[in-house]
Design a protein around this ligand. Structure first.
Ligand SMILES: [Zn+2]
Length: 377
């Protein structure tokens, strides 16, 4: 009850702010536009040429994001002004480019407001286990809602774990899994010994949707065209101040949250590939907790049958060895907060038919439980 009032109060506050104040023009950041292209190639030489070309464009100051590089292709997001440059290059290299096919399977996926309603529903039905907290508002003013799921035992001394999903709005499976996970945990507490031990021993936080606006638009980006997984501080770039000011609203919310909560371990669900990605993302070389991070990643991948593939025989991959990410959440989390974070790519299809979601949950639930158990004393 208290928390519902709290959320209502916060929403009311935003509503009032919107009416009472006009936003100064310089506070309205322009929206970045992106061209989304899939590339396909046949040889590793073309793959190397691609990396080279991307680095060249970045050095020239081009706005360009690479994602999900695989042996035969990659995803690319680029400033529309680079369209002709890309066309020329891909023609010279014999690389195929095409716009991703728009699957029309959106039916049945809940909107972000419905996801929040489910979180609120769990808190109402299981008030001693679930409480919701608004971490802040998205660019369009939607609350970014975290659910804390834990029993009242040793509340202040338990190790903290968190799952975050859907920071890329079009990678939707993770947030469905977190909602199903909530249901699974609350229904099994007090009945299943293992889950009882889990919620008695861990202070568990779930953020099913970090990018509610992007999800509603079915876009990777937030409402201002920002890639949230390229917008965190990065110790290898010029952006080395661990301060939220000036960042996308969704990133600010997570940064403030993390500053208050000493998490021991986290995972961050994505889609578009099937693999556990571990730090570093931003630079080559070993992570200081290399053994721990590889063990945790391998344990997860070993539990999920479909993670082993010709592309990723072990089901795990070092982030940088796969492709460089600057400004990612995973590296930031450990570098500044010593919260070890994995990036779990759940599904090749970013937006599979909704009926498949329960199958993904069945395949992942054991791994999800075990990853949380790793912080138990
Ligand atoms: Zn992603």
């Amino acid at each position: 009850m208290g928390i519902n009032l709290f959320i209502f109060g916060v929403m009311l506050l935003f509503g009032q702010a919107g009416v009472a104040q006009s936003v100064p023009p310089d506070a309205v950041a322009k929206t970045d536009l992106w061209l989304n292209v899939q590339l396909r190639w046949d040889t590793s030489l073309q793959s190397q040429a691609f990396q080279f070309w991307v680095n060249q464009q970045k050095q020239l100051g081009g706005r360009i994001i690479v994602d999900h590089v695989q042996s035969r292709g990659a995803e690319l997001y680029l400033d529309p002004v680079l369209q002709n440059t890309l066309a020329q290059w891909s023609q010279d290299q014999g690389v195929l480019t095409f716009e991703p096919g728009e699957s029309l399977v959106t039916a049945n996926y809940p909107k972000s407001a419905e996801i929040r309603a489910k979180q609120v529903g769990f808190a109402k039905a299981y008030p001693t286990l679930v409480r919701n907290f608004n971490l802040g508002a998205s660019e369009k003013g939607q609350p970014i809602l975290a659910s804390r799921i834990t029993s009242q035992k040793n509340l202040d001394t338990k190790p903290k774990f968190k799952y975050i999903a859907n920071m890329h709005g079009d990678e939707i499976v993770g947030r469905e899994l977190l909602i199903l996970f909530m249901g699974y945990l609350v229904k099994n507490y007090g009945k299943n010994q293992r889950i009882t031990r889990l919620l008695d021993g861990v202070d568990l936080w779930l953020v099913p949707t970090m990018n509610p606006d992007g999800a509603d638009m079915r876009s990777r980006f937030n409402a201002k065209g920002k890639d949230l997984n390229r917008s965190f501080p990065d110790f290898t770039t010029n952006d080395t101040n661990n301060t939220p000011a000036g960042r996308p609203a969704e990133v600010m919310a997570i940064m403030k949250f993390q500053a208050m909560m000493p998490f021991k371990l986290s995972a961050n669900f994505h889609g578009g590939a099937e693999v556990v990605n571990y730090p570093w993302d931003t630079m080559p070389g070993d992570h200081p907790e290399k053994i721990k991070v590889i063990q945790a990643s391998q344990a997860y991948a070993d539990r999920v049958d479909y993670f082993k593939s010709p592309e990723f025989p072990l089901g795990i991959v070092n982030g940088y060895a796969w492709y460089e990410v600057d400004g990612g959440m995973q590296d930031w989390s450990w570098y500044w907060h010593k919260d070890l974070q994995l990036t779990i790519e759940l599904s090749q299809e970013k937006w599979p038919p909704y009926e498949k979601v329960s199958e993904y949950f069945k395949q992942n639930v054991q791994a999800m439980v075990e990853l949380v158990e790793r912080v138990l004393p």
